[in-house]
Design a binder for this molecule. Structure first.
Ligand SMILES: [Zn+2]
Length: 100
């Protein structure tokens, strides 16, 4: 499969194009999430938005449910992607959740 990607072709393709090609071969689908979706700021447990989160902050504790948010963005992106595909028991992205 990866023999398809010559050095010249790799130079021309974007990461997303390569990801979509490999996903197509494996029967998977690539779902793009809105680049402005606040995946790091939204609590993955209760949807509270941490408006005070700064770029340097790697973890935070939700003031509403006291959950430590270390994998928060990854969980939120997985949920948005899964809900876009209509998969599993996931809640839709809610960017109008409670702000703190
Ligand atoms: Zn929370």
């Amino acid at each position: 499969m990866l023999d398809f990607f010559t050095p010249h072709l790799l130079h021309c393709l974007t990461f997303v194009e390569i990801l979509e090609y490999v996903a197509g071969i494996k029967g998977s689908e690539v779902v793009k999430v809105d680049r402005f979706y606040p995946s790091s700021k939204v609590c993955s447990e209760c949807d509270t938005i941490n408006e005070n989160l700064e770029l340097k902050d790697r973890t935070w504790i939700c003031s509403h449910c006291n959950t430590t948010q270390d994998l928060n963005a990854a969980i939120n992106i997985q949920r948005v992607g899964a809900s876009t595909l209509g998969l599993g028991n996931v809640r839709p992205a809610n960017t109008e959740a409670v702000s703190v």
